[in-house]
Write a protein that binds this ligand. Sequence first.
Ligand code: ATP
Length: 275
Amino acid sequence: TLGGQNLSRSESGIGFDDIGGQEVAKRELLEALDFVCDVNRTKALGIRPLKGILLTGPPGTGKTLLAKAASSYTDSVFVAASGSEFIEMYAGVGAQRVRQLFTKARQLAARAGKQSAIIFVDEIEVIAGQRGSHSSHLEYDQTLNQLLVEMDGLKPNEAVKILVIAATNRADLLDPAILRPGRFDRQVKVDLPDREGRLHILKIHAKDKPLADEVSLEEIAKDTFGFSGAHLESLVNEAAILAFRKERTAIGMEEFRESIDKVMMGEKLERRPQP
Ligand code: ATP
C-alpha cells in the first residue's frame, strides 16, 4: 500500500474533519487516495499508477488543507513548495530546486520510516503556464520540464512512493502538457462553499470559542454568500478580537455582524486595482 490508510493527523496535524463543506472535493480526493493506497489491487488490474492530483479553485477554499489531510490519511510525509519559489534570475535554479524537492521528500520519508510522501506545489500556474508564454520563458520551461521528468520517472515499486498534489486558482493558464495521462490526470474542483458548507466551516472555527446564547451560526452562514473558508476563519477570529476589546466573555451576534462588514471591506480594498 502507499502507506496504510490511517486517519491519524500525526504528520500535518490536519485531518479531513478539519475541513468544512467541500463534500464533493473531499469525496473525489478520498477516492483517488484509496486508489493510490491499494497499489497491489490496482497493479493486478493493470491500472496505471496515479502520480498527480490537481486541485483547482478560488483562493482560501481549503486546497492546502486538503493536501495536508491527504498526507495524514495516507500516512505520508508532507513536503510543500510554491510555484514562485522555483523562479530565480539564474538559469537552471528552478530545475535544480525541483530535483531537490523530490530528493528531500524521499529523505524525509525514509528518516520518518514512512513509505510515502506527498509533495504539494501551490501556485502551480507560475511554473506550469503555457510554455513559451512568459518573458523569461526558458527558466519557467526548464522548471516545468524538470517537474514532468521527475513525475514521469516515478515508479510504483520505489521504497518511497511519491504523490504530487498541485493547486491553482488559475486552471485556465495551465499548459495542457501537465494534464496528460501519467501526470496530473485527476482534477478536483474546490469551489467557494455554499450555505451549508459555510455553516460547517463556521462551526469548525467557532468550536473552541465561547459564543453568546443568541448567536446563530446559521444566520451568519446565510449572510456570508461569497465568503471563502479563509474569510470565514478570519471572520470568527475578528469577532473574538472585538469581544476581547469590549471586555466581553463571549462573542455576541453584534461582533459577528461587525466582523462580516470588516472582512467584506478588507476584500474590497484588496481587490482595488494596484496603481
Ligand atoms: P490559496 O489558493 O490561497 O493557497 P487554499 O485554497 O490553499 O488557498 P487554505 O490555505 O487551505 O486555502 O486555507 C486557508 C485557511 O482558511 C485555512 O488555514 C483555514 O483556516 C481556512 N479554511 C479554508 N477553507 C476551509 C475549509 N473548507 N474548512 C475550514 N477552514 C478552511
